[in-house]
Design a protein around this ligand. Structure first.
Ligand code: SF4
Ligand code: SF4
Length: 246
């Protein structure tokens, strides 16, 4: 899920003041921001109380089922068209994707109430950890399901680095080195060393990302070409002198 945290209130206020907004419509998100405890019913209701306490008037609010779903938000904003028309601006309690979805669906200035911080796992209620940076060229098959790109603070594909001490990470000293964890897990599964992982194929991560699953034939061909390139890299010609790479 996308992990969000509340945006600095003064920045939200400054944005609203910049367009002279006094009447607001609020949009929350029923998925990630609800689970993160930043943009669900409770947080939006609390923000409305705060906004009204600071002299704003709130014309209405909605918690979209999924704030980043263009069709769903278009429907939701149509349902609340009168309340949105009565507002000077819309405040969105979701990740940046959701904010942009709302901005595409209304003709009012739109302001984010949250900061999007990472794609994360829920460790326990209110505790989140980043595990994947969506690099588009996954190596988890080689690393026993532990992502070196994300969980090694240096993002090293091959390690450990020279700073590892007694199995622990140089940068986050209370954490075991990612590459030690990878090695231990591979061995516990009866698998050999991962060997040297070649540099990642950054061409698969062009921005902005776009994927059309309806174009299966073209997508399948691209995937096939990518897999071929990757297996060639992982084959006998792998660069033996490379000790780290992204
Ligand atoms: S290698 Fe890491 S960052 Fe890349 S897709 Fe796999 S888990 Fe995500
Ligand atoms: S000690 Fe291990 S996890 Fe920490 S930065 Fe070095 S290689 Fe990465």
């Amino acid at each position: 899920m996308i992990i969000t945290k509340p945006r600095d209130w003064a920045r939200i206020r400054a944005g609203l003041d910049s367009v002279g907004a006094r009447r607001l419509f609020c949009v929350g998100c029923g998925q990630c921001a609800t689970v993160a405890g930043t943009g669900g019913e409770k947080e939006v209701a609390e923000a409305i109380v705060r906004l009204e306490g600071e002299g704003f008037s709130v014309t209405g609010y909605t918690i979209g089922e999924v704030a980043c779903h263009l069709g769903g938000i278009a429907l939701e904003t149509r349902k609340h068209a009168d309340e949105i028309a009565a507002a000077d601006a819309v405040v969105v309690f979701s990740c940046g994707s959701g904010v942009q979805t709302v901005a595409d669906s209304v003709e009012k200035p739109v302001f984010p109430a949250l900061e999007s911080v990472f794609l994360g796992n829920v460790v326990r209620h209110g505790v989140f950890e980043e595990r994947c940076q969506m690099c588009g060229d996954c190596v988890l098959d080689l690393t026993a399901g532990i992502c070196p790109v994300t969980t090694c603070p240096k993002g090293l594909l091959n390690g450990p680095c020279g700073g590892m001490w007694d199995g622990m990470c140089e940068v986050v000293s209370e954490r075991e080195c990612t590459h030690v964890r990878i090695r231990k897990r591979l061995l516990s599964q009866g698998r050999g060393d991962a060997g040297v992982i070649p540099p990642k194929d950054c061409s698969v991560k062009l921005r902005p990302g776009a994927l059309d699953m309806r174009g299966k034939r073209r997508g399948a061909r691209q995937a096939e070409q990518h897999d071929k390139r990757r297996s060639e890299q992982l084959g006998d010609d792998r660069p033996g002198d490379r000790k780290s790479g992204r």
